[in-house]
Design a binder for this molecule. Structure first.
Ligand code: SF4
Ligand code: SF4
Length: 326
């Protein structure tokens, strides 16, 4: 029988498990070091591991629970909250967008200045390091995110508030707007959004490795290093294209569903940049591709539907395992 704990975790998966399927590229991601991870995320290529883990999803919600409390804390020190959850869109590339936690006025250090608010939670180890090194060194992703929000909101100063999850200690830091940081993050993001080609593997200090800091916990490690099959949805399809500020289908626009995790469209063909297998034949006119799997199997998209690739591939893997055990 399922325990109450497991039931609760399952409810988080049911409620929040699909929240990663965002149509947009969020400002909170722009500080990620790997262009390829941003591109694969935008193309909904794999299910993030955390979205199938109820405990992790609950942990993310714990961060949101802190937000109204911090707002109350600020009101209690005389600050006026002007907006909560202000939403912004990059004007010439609307697929890039984001929402800051709020905008406020009336801080004693900056009495007449409107201030951007960004709230986070942290574990004790990271909190200690943040206190020693500050946001720019310890949390560059948050630093870039705040600068992009300040750029959009035309604000010169932001307040970063972090709560330690174990002790409830609060850390606050003023973040001054740096136009270079915001503009270069946005121009990099636009380049990634507009690229039809997948960016290269991340190259760290010791080259490319699935054990590098960036790749170790990346949701796309299976695609980049283990030739896993991507999700079957419109954004992983060969017929999907980004143009004029949005993704669209060049073949069946009425069937296009930009937010589904798994499509039942019969015309899905994997984008060859996203399915990392060898291609043995391409028929451009009839729009089919013949792939060779890492185990040598032949997958012809004119015969086998994308949705069935995974099952055939699993059998191939199982047969291979049996063979090497003989
Ligand atoms: S596994 Fe590494 S190279 Fe691949 S997307 Fe993730 S960070 Fe980038
Ligand atoms: S062909 Fe089907 S799966 Fe592919 S983008 Fe169009 S609607 Fe989506």
């Amino acid at each position: 029988m399922i325990s109450v704990t497991d039931e609760i975790y399952q409810s988080y998966i049911d409620i929040y498990g699909k929240s990663w399927v965002r149509p947009h590229l969020g400002a909170s991601q722009l500080g990620l070091s790997c262009d390829r991870a941003l591109w694969l995320g935008l193309h909904h290529a794999a299910i993030p591991l955390s979205s199938t883990n109820g405990r992790m999803l609950r942990l993310f919600q714990s961060g949101n629970v802190q937000e109204p409390r911090i707002i109350e804390d600020l009101k209690n020190i005389g600050v006026t909250i002007l907006t909560i959850q202000s939403h912004f869109v990059e004007p010439d590339c609307p697929i890039i967008s984001g929402s800051c936690d709020g905008i406020a006025i009336g801080f004693s250090e900056y009495p007449n200045e409107k201030v951007l608010l960004e709230f986070k939670t942290s574990n004790t180890k990271s909190f200690k390091s943040l206190k020693e090194k500050g946001i720019k060194i310890e949390k560059p992703i948050h630093y870039i995110q705040m600068n992009v929000y300040m750029h959009w909101a035309k604000l010169n100063i932001g307040l970063y508030v972090v709560v330690c999850k174990e002790t409830d200690e609060i850390y606050t830091e003023w973040v001054k707007y740096d136009a270079d940081v915001a503009v270069s993050a946005l121009s990099r993001a636009k380049h990634i959004v507009n690229s039809n080609d997948i960016p290269p593997l991340f190259i760290g200090k010791h080259g490319s490795s699935e054990n590098s800091k960036e790749c170790m916990f990346c949701d796309y490690k299976g695609l980049c290093y283990h030739k896993n099959i991507p999700l079957v949805n419109c954004r992983t399809c060969l017929h999907c294209e980004y143009a004029d500020g949005r993704f669209k289908c060049n073949l069946y626009p009425l069937q296009f569903d930009d937010t589904c995790i798994q499509t039942d469209c019969d015309y899905h063909v994997f984008n060859p940049y996203i399915l990392p297998w060898d291609i043995v034949d391409i028929d451009v006119e009839n729009e089919f591709i013949v792939w060779k799997s890492p185990y040598g199997g032949i997958y012809d998209s004119s015969i086998l539907k994308s949705i069935d690739f995974e099952q055939v591939y699993q059998k191939e893997q199982a047969d291979y395992q049996k063979l090497i055990q003989l």
